[in-house]
Design a protein around this ligand. Structure first.
Ligand code: SAM
Length: 204
């Protein structure tokens, strides 16, 4: 079975996953900044070998549970992390904490990270990612991204707080030094309020 999901250009999440897959080695360290229903975490977990590590964050316990169920159904055995300590063990770790605290858990460089921002589909629309904490997470991640490593961010305008977060994240990424990072943006050009994709790569 191919690991590459079927894609159409209008599904920027799938494009995000494809661009991350290109840089994932089996022993890589991967981050899902927003576990949600676990679709992105499952995608990342499928690319890991026994020595790789996936850290998935979410502030909602229901999202951590949904991700655990999805991973377990696919044969992965995720570990739940309840305390803010450095994580050395390989495998999938589900962290019930904000992604802005990622530095407390990381023990080495990150090869690929995804941040599917906004609110959990089918969940509480009040519990959205927010510009301030998203920026904290990004600023913690930049020095942790390994050479050739990538971060994919899916940005959703339109919901309350969404436009502000999109603008703040775009501003942050546009300001990254060109000597150290390449940043691309992909957007569905003929649809209003469509999500857009930012991919940041640390230069080799
Ligand atoms: N990647 C998910 C998937 O595959 O289903 C979708 C993620 S959903 C669009 C956004 C998630 O971000 C929500 O589940 C929400 O609880 C979570 N979230 C909001 N603020 C957060 C924070 N500071 N740290 C971690 N997760 C956060």
């Amino acid at each position: 079975e191919s690991l590459a999901p079927r894609s159409s250009l209008g599904r920027v999440v799938v494009l995000a996953q494809r661009l991350l897959a290109e840089v994932i080695r089996p022993d890589a360290r991967l981050l899902d900044l927003t576990a949600g229903n676990g679709c992105d975490s499952l995608f990342l977990a499928r690319h890991l070998g026994p020595d790789g590590q996936l850290l998935s964050f979410d502030i909602q316990l229901s999202a951590i549970e949904a991700t655990a169920v999805r991973l377990a159904a696919a044969g992965f055995l995720p570990r739940r992390v309840a305390t803010r300590v450095p994580l050395h063990e390989p495998g999938c770790q589900l962290i019930h904490d904000g992604h802005q605290f990622l530095d407390a858990y990381l023990t080495g460089p990150v090869a690929a990270a995804i941040g599917n921002l906004g609110y959990l589909p089918g969940g509480d629309k009040q519990l959205i990612t927010r510009a301030e904490t998203t920026l904290e997470a990004l600023r913690a991640l930049w020095p942790r991204l390994e050479a050739g490593g990538r971060l994919a961010l899916v940005l959703y305008p339109g919901h309350p707080g969404g436009d502000e977060e999109c603008a703040a994240v775009e501003w942050e990424c546009a300001g990254l030094p060109a000597a150290a990072f390449d940043v691309i943006r992909l957007q569905v050009y003929n649809r209003r309020r469509a999500p857009s994709l930012l991919v940041v790569e640390r230069r080799l």
